[in-house]
Design a protein around this ligand. Structure first.
Ligand code: HMG
Ligand code: MG
Length: 311
């Protein structure tokens, strides 16, 4: 189905549909980015069932939890218990977030093989989210990445607030690229560019991607202003082939109050199915899972596609 039939904003000139990737890897963040933002603390048994159902739906990367300070994120304080109870599926990766060496020690003890560090593109968010200055965050991450690499772990590097910051306003693309390059130089195998508060528009996405090696970049959009799919399509046309999303559109960011949900995985899969781009995800099974999770959370899913399919 052509993009214009999906009602997406079209920024001319768009390359031919053949230039879209044949397959997109969906990096499912619902169990981490989604649940970290719920005011309710979801029981570990529910989280485990959620992860199982997401694997059943065909998702191959399930970000499971974070080894951060439990006082900073009580919703994920059960990280050890979760990993101990996790039935790892063959062919499925279960990355976790790790901010510092203490987090890495905990992740290694829990048998983790795949981690993500999370940097900020702005000074204010580095302070609020990590209790560090922009520069100090690299000193915190450096030993994490080198130790993790020496242990044979794969390390992803998030960059948050890539397009706008609630305290600092618009973010200079050069500043984002500089943070991204430092993470790649440190040894991250992939960057994930986060529109943490969901303000980006496609032109901004193009400007940031022009400054980075796109084959090493994933995108992580929030849908606050309804731009997440347009931004995703722009990134795909520029050579990105890994997209972060959250089942049912769960999530936000506890240290950025204006952030609403992540791009919903169902909305992403609906668009990619329509474009003939493979994801390996069964939309019906995924929508059932998000409807099930919405019941557990006691509120409807914000995903347009979940609402259209499951009422
Ligand atoms: P700090 O207070 O500066 O930590 O926090 P510290 O290094 O000064 O240590 C203080 C105490 O905390 C020590 O204990 C440490 O052992 C302990 P004490 O010696 O006093 O008894 N500690 C820990 N305990 C358990 N696990 C740990 C850990 N680290 C220290 N890992 C810190 C610094 C980074 C830890 C804190 O700021 C933190 O945990 N921040 C995490 C915040 C967070 O998770 N935010 C959400 C994720 S980012 C996000 O969602 C954006 C993203 O999704 C992209 C997007 O959406 O755009 C990625
Ligand atoms: Mg997010």
């Amino acid at each position: 189905m052509p993009a214009r039939d999906l009602g997406l904003p079209v920024r001319a000139p768009l390359p031919a549909p053949g230039e879209l990737p044949a397959r997109v890897t969906i990096w499912e963040v619902g169990a981490r980015d989604g649940l970290q933002n719920e005011s309710a603390i979801v029981p570990v048994a529910v989280k485990l069932e959620f992860l199982d159902r997401l694997a059943d739906a065909g998702l191959g990367v399930l970000e499971a939890t974070s080894f951060v300070h439990p006082k900073w994120l009580p919703q994920l304080a059960d990280a050890e218990e979760l990993l101990a109870g996790l039935k790892r599926r063959s062919g499925v990766r279960y990355p976790v977030l790790v901010p510092n060496e203490r987090g890495l020690d905990r992740a290694l003890a829990a048998g983790v093989r795949h981690i993500a560090i999370f940097a900020s593109a702005t000074e204010t968010f580095a302070s609020r989210n990590l209790n560090r200055t922009l520069d100090e965050q690299f000193a915190m991450f450096d030993p994490v990445v080198s130790r993790a690499r020496a242990e044979g772990l794969d390390v992803r590097g998030y960059v948050s607030m890539c397009f706008g910051d609630p305290w600092e306003g618009p973010v200079d693309p050069e500043q984002v690229a500089e943070v991204g390059r430092r993470l790649l130089d440190m040894g991250c195998s992939q960057l994930s560019l986060g529109d943490t508060i969901g303000v980006a528009t496609p032109g901004q996405v193009e400007r940031v991607l022009d400054l980075l090696p796109v084959h090493l970049v994933a995108v992580h959009f929030h849908d606050t202003y309804g731009q997440a799919l347009a931004n995703t399509l722009t990134a795909l046309r520029l050579g990105v082939s890994t997209v972060d999303s959250s089942a049912g559109g769960l999530g936000g960011c506890p240290y950025a109050e204006s952030a609403t949900g992540n791009l919903a995985t169902e909305d992403l899969v609906w668009m990619l199915d329509g474009l003939g781009v493979e994801t390996g995800v069964d939309l019906d099974s995924l929508a059932d899972t998000s409807a099930w999770m919405a019941e557990r959370l006691g509120r409807p899913s914000p995903s347009r596609v979940v609402r259209a399919l499951r009422g």
